[in-house]
Design a binder for this molecule. Structure first.
Ligand SMILES: *[C@@H]1O[C@H](CO)[C@@H](O)[C@H](O)[C@H]1NC(C)=O
Ligand SMILES: *[C@@H]1O[C@H](CO)[C@@H](O)[C@H](O)[C@H]1NC(C)=O
Length: 341
């Protein structure tokens, strides 16, 4: 299983007409909130990093009008008031204390503070035409991917495309692994989350926030695998890349002496198998469908764009006050690193 390189596209096919929606979103907030899995909970069990529209709040009803309730977004395309989030990475020192690993943006997005890179694709990465018809998500749509309790490879393999890349430089994309890199990564660790692309055509959500979506019946979205009869509607591929700047933690002398690696998710997973992400759709009007129907790459003439300063300025303050910057004796919410079930 090998997932191809995004940065490489720019290098390989600069002259092609590309229709791949790829854009940076600056950090909106780091907060212990999760309106999808723990709606209304202040705090939610573990810490997240969130990007997108500033109507993000502890409780987000499916009827919430995110474009109307937001005054800005941290994403490049200013009609995108969706929210995208993942857990946060920590480093565990030999003395047992933890420190949050900062985030950086992808290459090409200088000036954007932290956050993540978001993609919506019509076709696999190396199909530069990106001409397939895909349906955009609808208001009220939300989904989740991953398993917070996964601690084994078998459990992680259920989700075909939640991976890690050990960055030798910011453009490294392969190989990708399902668990944390086992050696220090010079330019950081990249987590990649590809969501399922086949919709049941009916439900905007599901009790587990996953059952309304499916992976292709065979193959992958990239290989043009067909959707199963239960989930016949082919949607765009939603995909996050998050870059963790591990440079302060790459000294091998600070690593465990038993050969294990020191990084841990904010909910205690030290294997990496529990990588997971959340999405709440919040594009204005038909903006996402227009983008899916027109050529887009970095610049997307059919969409309104804003610069890095405007994206950064939309950051909001935390609801849950707790120490998320210092060395802490336990992870926010009382979690401790566990490396195996
Ligand atoms: C624990 O280790 C880290 C990293 O070496 C260090 O910065 C921190 O001060 C230590 N904390 C204590 C309580 O010794
Ligand atoms: C992209 O479009 C060109 C021209 O229409 C076509 O020749 C080529 O086969 C297409 N590539 C893919 C991967 O579909």
């Amino acid at each position: 299983m090998k997932w191809t390189s995004l940065a490489a596209i720019v290098l390989i096919a600069p002259s092609q007409v590309l229709a791949l929606l790829r854009f940076p979103c600056a950090q909106l907030v780091l907060d212990r909130l999760d309106p999808l899995v723990n709606p209304g909970a202040i705090p939610s069990p573990h810490l997240h990093q969130i990007v997108g529209g500033n109507s993000f709040s502890p409780l987000m009803e499916p009827t919430k009008d995110m474009p109307k309730d937001s005054t800005c977004t941290t994403c490049q395309f200013s009609e995108d008031f969706s929210n995208y989030w993942t857990a946060i990475l920590y480093f565990k020192a030999k003395n047992g204390t933890y420190k949050r690993v900062p985030q950086i943006q992808n290459s090409g997005f200088d000036g954007v503070k932290g956050g993540m890179t978001v993609y919506y694709m019509q076709d696999g990465l190396y199909n530069f035409n990106q001409t397939s018809k895909v349906l955009a998500f609808q208001p009220g749509f939300r989904m989740y991917i991953g398993d917070v309790n996964a601690r084994t490879r078998e459990e992680a393999e259920r989700f075909r495309q939640l991976t890690y890349t050990c960055l030798d430089n910011i453009n490294t994309r392969d190989p990708q692994t399902l668990d944390f890199p086992s050696t220090p990564c010079k330019a950081g660790i990249m987590t990649a989350l590809r969501f399922p692309t086949c919709w049941d055509g009916v439900n905007l959500d599901a009790p587990d926030h996953m059952a309304h979506m499916s992976y292709p019946e065979s193959g992958t979205f990239e290989t043009g695998g067909p959707c199963p009869a239960s989930h016949p509607v082919r949607m765009g591929q939603l995909f996050y890349e998050v870059l963790w700047d591990t440079s302060a933690f790459n000294n091998k002398e600070d690593w465990p002496t038993d050969g294990s690696q020191p990084f841990v998710w904010s909910f205690g997973d030290g294997t990496g198998y529990a990588n997971h992400g959340d999405y709440i759709f919040g594009w204005q009007g038909d903006a996402l469908q227009r983008a899916m129907d027109n050529p887009c790459y970095i610049s997307c003439p059919t969409l309104k764009s804003q610069d890095a300063a405007a994206m950064n300025k939309c950051a909001k303050s935390r609801v849950v006050e707790e120490d998320i910057n210092g060395w802490v004796t336990e992870l926010p919410g009382g979690w401790h690193a566990n490396y195996r079930k």
